[in-house]
Design a protein around this ligand. Structure first.
Ligand SMILES: C[S@@+](CC[C@H](N)C(=O)[O-])C[C@H]1O[C@@H](n2cnc3c(N)ncnc32)[C@H](O)[C@@H]1O
Length: 386
C-alpha cells in the first residue's frame, strides 16, 4: 500500500478529499494545502488522470521525526534506498519546502539532499546519475515541517493545473485551472443548468465547467512524470492505460446545458478563443465580446452566473479608476438582482465585493470561502436568488 500526498490550493482540500474517495482511495485525511490517502499504483494513476483539483500526486518514501540539524538530515537520508529508484541512466532533481523548521534555506536543503542521494549511490557501488532540474526522470520532494521531514517522489511532473489548453496564451490575472475547477466544485456549479461567465478572461471557468459537464478527464492525454521512471512497476503502466481507456469511455458527446462566456477586452476574447480550441471544445463553446452588465441582463431566468470578477488589475490604480470599478460592481449587482432564480457564484479579490454587489443577504449561502487569487486574499460567494 502506498501513502499518497496531493498538494492543492489552501481552502480547496475538501474538493480533493471528495475526488480521492470517489477514486477508491482509503484513509483520506486533510492537511493545510494537502490531502493524504492510502492507495495502490492504480490509485496513483487514476488520481493523476482524473483529479481536477489537486496540483500533484506525490508518493511518500520515508518520514523522519526529530530532525533538528544538518547532521540529523544527512543521517536520516543515508538510510533511504535511493538505488531502488534511480540508476546512472536516469536524471534527478530535488525540490525542498521548509516550513517552521530549523533551516530557512530551501536551496541549501535541496543541495544537501542531492549530496545524500549521490553519497548513498556511491556507497552502494552504483554509477552517478546527473542532475536535471527542468525535466528529471525522478523528482524527489523534501518537505520539512517543524522537526518532521517527509521525503516523497513526484509522480506527476508538470503540475496538474497545466492542462495544456493555455499553452502560448497570455492572460490578465488568469486563474489556475485547478483553482477554477475547485471553485466550481465547492460552489456546486450545476452542469445541468445554463452557465454564463461574463468576465471570462482566458475562459478558465467556462472551459473547466465544460470538461466537468462532458466528464472529460483533465489528464486524459497528458504525459506524467512517472512515465520517465526507469524502475517503475509494470502495474503502473497497466493502470495508466486502463485509466485513459476509462476516461474515454466515460466521456459525453453533448453538453447537458449551454455554457456561455464573454469579456469586454478584445485580447481576452482572442485568448479565450485559442484556449477553447486547445481544450478541444470548439464545437461546444464560443467567446463573445460583450460588456458583463449587458451579458448578465440577457442571461435569462434561472441562469447560473459564475465569474472571477476584475479586482483592479486593469481598471484600478488611480482614484477615478477605483470609482469606476466600484460602479461596475454596483451595476452588475443591479443586473443580477433582476435575474429571478439565478445561482450566482462570484470569486473576487476586491475587498468590498459583497457590499458593492448588494445582493440579497438572505439568499447567500451561510458560508463563503476564503481562498487566494495569486498572492491576494480572495473570496468565493454564492447566492441562490429567489
Ligand atoms: C480576473 S480576470 C478573469 C480571469 C479569468 N478567470 C481567467 O482565468 O483568465 C477579469 C476579467 O474581467 C474582464 N472585464 C473587466 N471589465 C469588464 C467588463 N466591463 N465587461 C466584461 N469583462 C470585463 C477583464 O478583461 C478580465 O479578463
Amino acid at each position: 500500500m502506498l501513502t499518497l500526498h496531493l498538494p492543492c490550493a489552501r481552502g480547496t482540500e475538501m474538493c480533493v478529499d471528495k475526488e480521492l474517495n470517489a477514486l477508491g482511495a482509503t484513509e483520506v485525511r486533510r492537511g493545510a494545502g494537502v490531502v493524504r490517502c492510502a492507495g495502490s499504483w492504480d490509485t496513483l494513476a487514476r488520481a493523476n488522470v482524473f483529479s481536477r483539483c489537486a496540483s500533484k500526486v506525490l508518493v511518500e518514501l520515508a518520514v523522519f521525526e526529530g530532525v533538528a540539524t544538518e547532521a540529523d538530515l544527512v543521517d536520516a537520508l543515508a538510510g533511504v534506498p535511493f538505488e531502488e529508484r534511480l540508476d546512472d541512466k536516469g536524471t534527478f532533481a530535488i525540490e525542498a519546502h521548509l516550513i517552521d523548521c530549523a533551516w530557512t534555506n530551501a536551496h541549501y536543503a535541496a543541495q544537501r539532499t542531492k549530496d545524500a542521494v549521490l553519497d548513498r549511490l556511491r556507497a552502494q557501488g552504483k554509477g552517478r546519475p546527473s542532475v536535471d532540474r527542468a525535466r528529471p526522470s525522478l523528482r524527489f520532494v523534501l518537505h520539512w515541517h517543524k522537526s518532521t521531514v517527509t521525503l516523497s517522489l513526484d509522480s506527476t511532473g508538470e503540475p496538474l493545473h497545466q492542462r495544456g489548453y493555455r499553452r502560448g496564451v497570455e492572460g490578465h490575472a488568469p486563474m489556475k485551472e485547478t483553482l477554477a475547477a475547485s471553485l466550481l466544485a465547492v460552489g456546486h456549479a450545476d452542469v445541468a443548468r445554463p452557465f454564463l461567465d461574463p468576465c471570462c478572461g482566458t475562459g478558465t471557468l467556462a472551459i473547466e465547467q465544460a470538461w466537468r459537464a462532458l466528464e472529460r478527464a483533465p489528464g486524459r492525454d497528458r504525459r506524467f512524470g512517472f512515465e520517465r521512471w526507469s524502475k517503475r512497476p509494470p502495474e503502473l503502466d497497466r493502470a495508466l492505460a486502463q485509466a485513459r481507456t476509462e476516461a474515454r469511455e466515460r466521456e459525453r458527446r453533448e453538453l447537458p446545458a449551454p455554457i456561455r462566456m464573454s469579456d469586454w477586452h478584445r485580447d481576452a476574447v482572442a485568448a479565450a478563443t485559442t484556449c477553447i480550441e486547445q481544450a478541444g471544445l470548439g464545437a461546444h463553446l464560443r467567446c463573445e465580446r460583450q460588456d458583463a452588465r449587458e451579458a448578465v441582463a440577457q442571461a435569462g431566468e434561472g441562469a447560473q452566473v459564475v465569474s472571477n470578477l476584475p479586482f483592479g488589475e486593469r481598471l484600478g490604480g488611480d482614484a477615478n479608476k477605483r470609482l469606476q470599478l466600484e460602479g461596475f460592481y454596483r451595476t452588475l449587482g443591479e443586473r443580477l438582482r433582476a435575474l429571478p432564480g439565478a445561482r450566482v457564484l462570484l470569486f473576487s479579490a476586491h475587498p468590498r465585493a459583497r457590499e458593492l454587489l448588494a445582493l440579497d443577504e438572505a439568499a447567500r449561502t451561510k458560508r463563503d470561502w476564503a481562498l487566494r487569487s495569486g498572492a491576494l486574499p480572495a473570496r468565493l460567494f454564492r447566492w441562490d436568488l429567489p
